[in-house]
Design a protein around this ligand. Sequence first.
Ligand code: F6R
Length: 610
Amino acid sequence: MCGIVGYVGNGAVSDILLGGLKNLEYRGYDSAGIALNDNGKIDIFKAPGKLGNLYAEVEGKKLPASGGIGHIRWATHGKATADNAHPHLSNDGRLALVHNGIIENYKSLREELEKDGYTFYSETDTEAAVHLFEREYKKCGSLEQAVVAGVKYLKGAFAFCIMHDSEPDKIVAVRQNAPLVVGLGKEENYIASDIPAIVGKVQRIICLNDGEIAVVTRKDVKIYDFTGKEIERQPEYIGFNPEVISKRGYPHFMLKEINEQPGIVRHLLQDAYADGGEIPCLPKVNAGAAAKAERIEIIACGTSLHAAAVAGFVFEEWLKIPVSVVAASEYIYRRPLTNEKTLVIGISQSGETADTITAVKKAKETGAHILVLTNREDSSIVRYADSLLPLKAGIEVSVAATKSYTAQLTCLYLLGLMLAGHRQSLPAEELKKLRAELQHLPSKMENVLAESAKIKDCVEKLKNYRQMIYIARGINLATAMEGALKLKEISYVNANGYPAGELKHGPIALLDENMPVLAVLTPGSRIYDKMISNCEEAKARHAFLAGVTFDNDTEADRLFDLLLTVPAVAEEFSPLILNLPLQLLAYYVAAALGREVDQPRNLAKSVTVE
Ligand code: F6R
């Protein structure tokens, strides 16, 4: 939700800022802007819409500067217009800032500042902050002191980069409930919402904590708390290589990330079973504490919530304790029965999803053991974790989650098997069998991806429908929901997932030749025959019938208008493989419709607002 960057040094400031924003585009693309400090004069360039519009705006201009700040916006307060685009400038034109987050008390601040004579030019919450810091600057004449004085008035979430024309070599960065990292270079320093913006530029970073202010100049970086007291922070070495944010020849990040999935599963399995035992070893999970739980709650949003739903299903089977799966945004407003005997699992690819963080925080207050699954060990959610399960999927650039979902499923299977081993809720023989089944998954997934051309060919039959229903039962209901979400978010086809048995309770009224139905099938399972009956019901209403099933399915061929098959696997693990054709289908439909696959409209990768 918005990305911010800052730079001070001898490099080409505008190019560095624009390059940084390019790598943060997954955080928002409603507008973009930069402010450059050219020897005591602040120049601002901004443009509504995608970053390309800002590139066009600055093209061919000579832009000398010793420092600057930049922003890419996901609109919360105010439309995606140039006036609402960041950076925002103070009334005296001397102080500029960029902001990620929401200033919750902006209305009262605005009234107060308007009474003090300040004029507002935008509808944003952010503009209150820029005038506030100007007011404080006028009292003390120092940017860092003005920031220390100003943050006391602010409520909500904010990461800022702030600069003043009198100090062209300085940026003050602030973090409170929104991520911010400082990159340490030689005679140059960087600030960014996330590491991809500075990957390849610096080796060392400092991830700011909430309540910290960094005063960044070309020569050094000093960190203070909100009272202005200096804090000692040791830099860490950056763990990413620039290659992770390249498309490696694929037309879109999404297709590249889909193809990375078998390798991710293989590595996770290798790591977890490295000791040769039958029980997975997950070093950052406190197995003793987690296995003692009498019930489990899993909290997540979106695609992560679908991974949670699969886990809910298998955990109850394997651990024989109640498991509830709750959307984080709902959990926050419920009175759940969470207590010290509950294991609460928070799942978040980004680790920055505000709903999930708030829910996990709330659960922690009840004394529950908190286990976090995230792809970003440097993210905000980690600070609430008693146990950690890193997804190790590598940076996911495409806004639509694919490889992180597969990594979530794999880690949840491993967790379930580990807990079952500790609780002795599954016989040793069963654990051994499940382990052997899991080991076959990566090569079977590779077989599906190797045949992706077949799926591409099917797209012609589906791409002209504007709506679609996905159905499944049991463990693959989550697969159907995830498949529908993927199609919907990147192609804008109105795709919805339903439990197949629910069709007759309402959605069946929608069926006719204009409403294709896609069924996710698991031959050999106890729900298979019921699924086939539900598909017959859809066919009888003239729906175009598509299916995803195992290659040993003998029944489906006669019924379906379009059938995609994958190698057969154990039912428990089928979501891992049945999901692949659905991801590819969504991808190829969106690509065929000419959609911006990696950056679907209105979405952002990290949803840092509630
Ligand atoms: C869908 C998608 C979103 C995210 C959701 C949660 O493709 O990416 O639905 O899954 O916003 O994000 P995380 O996992 O980062 O908490």
